[in-house]
Every structure is written in structure tokens, then in C-alpha cells.
Design a protein around this ligand. Structure first.
Ligand code: ACM
Length: 262
């Protein structure tokens, strides 16, 4: 399968302009089975306060942004994962949607909120879903979720072959640990990061795609709008063996680890 990340700079607060710029960028992606966009790709990241975020939010089932992406997915016969600012009732979630040619396949709501996000969004309440597609089982995590190995492990144990990871990274650590998460879970990961600066935050680009042996198989620059593409066989993620005698899943000693709650 072909996976392509679109690394770009969302224009803060302007969903229509972001649709316009993504229209042009997506036309440059040939033949992808899965396209992954950054976190909050519809609106940008650094809301002044919750009221501003509310004004810029959309409900998943009447979102201009997601219906634009559904049109693209249908025309290109592909899947798209994109971060968006989701409203449900009076609550806001930092969410990502998996979209296929028939529209929204599923939504994930970020579990681990970063910094001031805690003043704006509710922590995710949809758990860690995976979605069975003809290109394999797909899970989603969003940006700071990277810090929590349990989240990657849970999706992998549920059978995810690919984890799409829309991001707005500002700390320099994620790209050094993602290859290890790929290796220890024997899965593919696509970290789609954004560029640009909003208020005091500068986003670091360097989007990466990693494989089940912990290799970075495609990566972006720190400062250029670009399409980052890798072609791979997602079935490789079904093999959890690391030697003929060792299996990343069945060798686990869950009986000893116990309940990790603190
Ligand atoms: C982040 O979670 N956007 C750093």
C-alpha cells in the first residue's frame, strides 16, 4: 500500500482557506491508499481561549472540513486521516477522523491533552478504537498521546497494522521514540506533523513513517510543505516474531506486569 503524509501549515482560524490549500496539496498525491494530515488541520492549534475554539469547531456529521475530505476520498478511492476541532453538544474534543470513499468510518478523540489544551478540550471519551479496512486495521493517536506507551500497545494488541498519528509537535522527542514503538509493537506508524508558528509555539515538521523493524522509511524536512510517501506491505505487521523463538505479543508476561494503575 502507499501511505502519504501531507506536511503543511494550517492557516489559523480559517477552515475555508485550509480546504483551499489542501485541495491543491492533495491533487499532488498520486495513488495513495491512505493520506494522513496533521492534528487540528482544519483550524490550526493555538486558540486564544475556549470561546474561540468553540466558534471554530464543527460537529463531525455536518463538518465542511470532513465533507470536503469525504469528497476527496471518494474521488481518489482512498482513506484519509485528519485532525479536526470537534464539537459535540457543549463539549469540544481534539479529534481525528478516518474517512473512506463512503464518508466517515470512525472518529478518535485525543486521550492525553497537552498543556493549555486542558483548558479547551475534554479528554477523549471514545477509548482506543481500531477500524477494519481493506488495507488493514487502522488505529489513530493524536500528537501528545505519543508519550504513553500503553496507548500504542493497546491499539497494537487490538490488531492495528498501521497507526495514523496526526500531530502538532513542539517538543523534540517524539520522532526519536516512534521508531521504537513501531519495533516493539511490530506495526507501521505515520506521524504527520505540521509546520509554522502560532503565538509562542513553533511546530517542528520532520514527519515520519516507521516500519515494524523500527526503521524510518520516509521523513520530511523541518520547514517545507511536502508530501512524504512510503510504499509497504501492511501484512508485515501481522508477524510479531522477532526470532523464531520470540514473539512480541505472546512472550509478554502480563501475569507479572499486573494492573499498571497507580
Ligand atoms: C501536542 O499534543 N499538540 C503537542
Amino acid at each position: 500500500m502507499q501511505l502519504s503524509i501531507i506536511q503543511f501549515t494550517p492557516i489559523f482560524g480559517d477552515i475555508d482557506k485550509n480546504i483551499e490549500q489542501l485541495t491543491k496539496l492533495i491533487e499532488k498525491v498520486d495513488e495513495a491508499n491512505l493520506i494522513v494530515l496533521p492534528e487540528l488541520a482544519s483550524t490550526g492549534y493555538k486558540f486564544k481561549d475556549r470561546d474561540e475554539a468553540m466558534t471554530l469547531s464543527e460537529r463531525a456529521n455536518d463538518s465542511r472540513f470532513l465533507s470536503f475530505l469525504s469528497g476527496v476520498a471518494s474521488r481518489k478511492s482512498c482513506y484519509i486521516v485528519a485532525g479536526f476541532n470537534e464539537r459535540e453538544g457543549e463539549k469540544l474534543y481534539n479529534s481525528s477522523a478516518l474517512i473512506g470513499s463512503g464518508g466517515i468510518v470512525g472518529v478518535y478523540r485525543k486521550l492525553h491533552l497537552f498543556w493549555d489544551e486542558k483548558k479547551i478540550f475534554e479528554p477523549g471519551n471514545l477509548g482506543l478504537p481500531i477500524f477494519d479496512t481493506e488495507i488493514g486495521k487502522i488505529g489513530m493517536l493524536i500528537c501528545f498521546d505519543w508519550m504513553f506507551p500503553e496507548a500504542w500497545r493497546t491499539l497494537a494488541l487490538k490488531g492495528a497494522s498501521v497507526i495514523a498519528h496526526p500531530s502538532n509537535l513542539v517538543l523534540p522527542y517524539c520522532q526519536s521514540v516512534t521508531p521504537s514503538y513501531s519495533l516493539i509493537n511490530r506495526i507501521f506508524i505515520a506521524t504527520a506533523n505540521r509546520l509554522g508558528t502560532e503565538q509562542e509555539l513553533t511546530f517542528t515538521g520532520n514527519s515520519i513513517i516507521t516500519n515494524p523493524i523500527g526503521e524510518v522509511i520516509a521523513h520530511g524536512s523541518t520547514d517545507k510543505t511536502e508530501i512524504i510517501t512510503a510504499i509497504f506491505n501492511p501484512l508485515l505487521a501481522l508477524n510479531k516474531k522477532i526470532t523464531p523463538e520470540n514473539d512480541a505479543f505472546t512472550d509478554r508476561r502480563a501475569d507479572v506486569y499486573g494492573d499498571l494503575r497507580v
